[in-house]
Design a protein around this ligand. Structure first.
Ligand SMILES: *Cc1c(COP(=O)(O)O)cnc(C)c1O
Length: 404
């Protein structure tokens, strides 16, 4: 009789967004005349920019002609895209990352979930708390996280590094040394960042302790402040301790089109085995690359036209972010984020937990957000609003919240 991977049974159901969906559906049914504004969206809403659409059309046409047809893509991605990434995202920022250290993929979600496969089953992981749930969940599936305690909503073998208003959202070095350290900056859900000096300390820590940092920079395009690094390779020594995950989803609207990449420098080694070689081997077997058409669309992200159009999209979302930030402040809430990320993080009023606040906003303002508890135990007492709505709706939501 076959057996299943029982680690999957340990995962609590994806309770957060299904519970939100049910609550909103019940409210809508009871109040069909109320116009709900959704500021809980974790997905972009602007259409693909014209430069990208043009590249997609022309790549589709190429696929229909024998002379320009493309079959299997190279395992690690097309040279034209990897060169564009190496130049624009790294060389132009003064970082030494070569095109052959870039692995093109179908998105950062897959990569952030899959990267754990190249590490030993007994690796100890550390995560910021709260954070994007994929890092922990993928390690649960791999059997690395020990037992789940439903009361504290934590796993016994995961090192949680609280990132709250109390420590200005900067994780402290854990007492126990982790093997893998997941860092996500700008952060989802808190919208917080590390300065270059703060990130440098983590790089030094990892090099000193023989840990690997898995750095998720999916929101890099939203950075507006000078002292916030766009990539971990701006730090000295990162080539020997850091893997970087990037995505075209949040900067260029590829959430449905699917494109991302992972960077593994060749110096990153365990004894004399390069992680680059392991990840290349994995791509060769379990290919999760992107189609030619999509890689051509990714190349257009780096064209002059594409860059200008995408800058406008990011600016649109960031105008929403500052509208939310200012709106909540003037309504008397304690808020953070929203400056280098499309996420605004607020403290719920004293004595009201994040789910109670969700109900309150839904019922009184007809505004939907996301309870902080859904992103980890330290998210309790906090609430996330996102900048991915329309400007008109964002303004209207703030007006409603101010009037409460
Ligand atoms: C949205 C998001 C991603 C996912 O990116 P895809 O490329 O769409 O898979 C990765 N990391 C974080 C933190 C995200 O919020």
């Amino acid at each position: 009789m076959f057996k299943i991977n029982e680690n999957y049974l340990k995962l609590p159901g994806s309770y957060l967004f299904s519970t939100i969906g049910k609550k909103v559906a019940a409210f809508t049914k009871a109040n069909p005349d109320k116009k709900i504004i959704r500021l809980g969206i974790g997905d972009v809403t602007q259409p693909l920019a014209p430069a990208i659409i043009e590249a997609l059309h022309s790549a589709v046409d190429e696929m229909g002609q024998a002379e320009t047809f493309h079959g299997y893509a190279p395992d690690l991605g097309y040279e034209f895209l990897r060169e564009a990434i190496a130049k624009n995202d790294y060389k132009d920022r003064g970082c030494q990352i070569a095109a052959d250290e870039i692995f093109v993929s179908d998105g950062a979600k897959c990569d952030s979930a899959n990267i754990q496969e190249i590490f030993s089953g007994d690796s100890k992981i550390a995560v910021c708390d709260p954070v994007y749930p994929v890092y922990v969940d993928s390690n649960v599936m791999a059997g690395r996280t020990g037992a789940y305690d439903p009361k504290s909503e934590t796993w016994s073998d995961v090192i949680y590094m609280p990132c709250t208003a109390d420590n200005d959202f900067v994780p402290e070095f854990p007492k126990e040394t982790p093997d893998l350290i997941y860092l996500c900056y700008p952060n989802n859900p808190t919208g917080s960042t590390l300065t270059k000096d703060q990130l440098q300390q983590w790089v030094d820590y990892a090099n000193k302790n023989g840990s690997v940092i898995i750095y998720d920079a999916a929101y890099e395009a939203y950075i507006s402040q000078e002292n916030v690094p766009h990539t971990i390779y701006e730090c000295t020594g990162a080539r020997t301790c850091a893997i970087e995950l990037r995505s075209f989803s949040k900067n260029a609207g590829f959430t449905g089109t699917r494109l991302g990449f992972t960077v593994i420098p060749k110096e990153l080694k365990c004894k004399d085995v390069a992680l680059h070689a392991l990840w290349a081997r994995r791509h060769g077997t379990k290919y999760n690359g992107a189609p030619y058409i999509v890689q051509k669309a990714g190349e257009a992200v780096y064209s002059e036209q594409g860059k200008a159009q995408l800058k406008e999209q990011v600016a649109y979302y960031m105008k929403n972010a500052s509208t939310i930030l200012e709106g909540l402040k003037s309504a008397g809430y304690q808020v953070s984020g929203g400056v280098n990320a499309p996420y605004i993080w607020m403290q719920t009023p004293k004595g009201i937990n994040s789910w109670e606040f969700f109900d309150y906003l839904l019922e009184k303002a007809n505004v939907v957000g996301t309870p902080g508890a859904g992103f980890g135990p330290s998210g309790e007492g906090c609430f996330r609003l996102t900048a991915f709505g329309t400007y008109e709706n964002t303004l209207a939501a703030m007006e409603r919240i101010r009037q409460l």
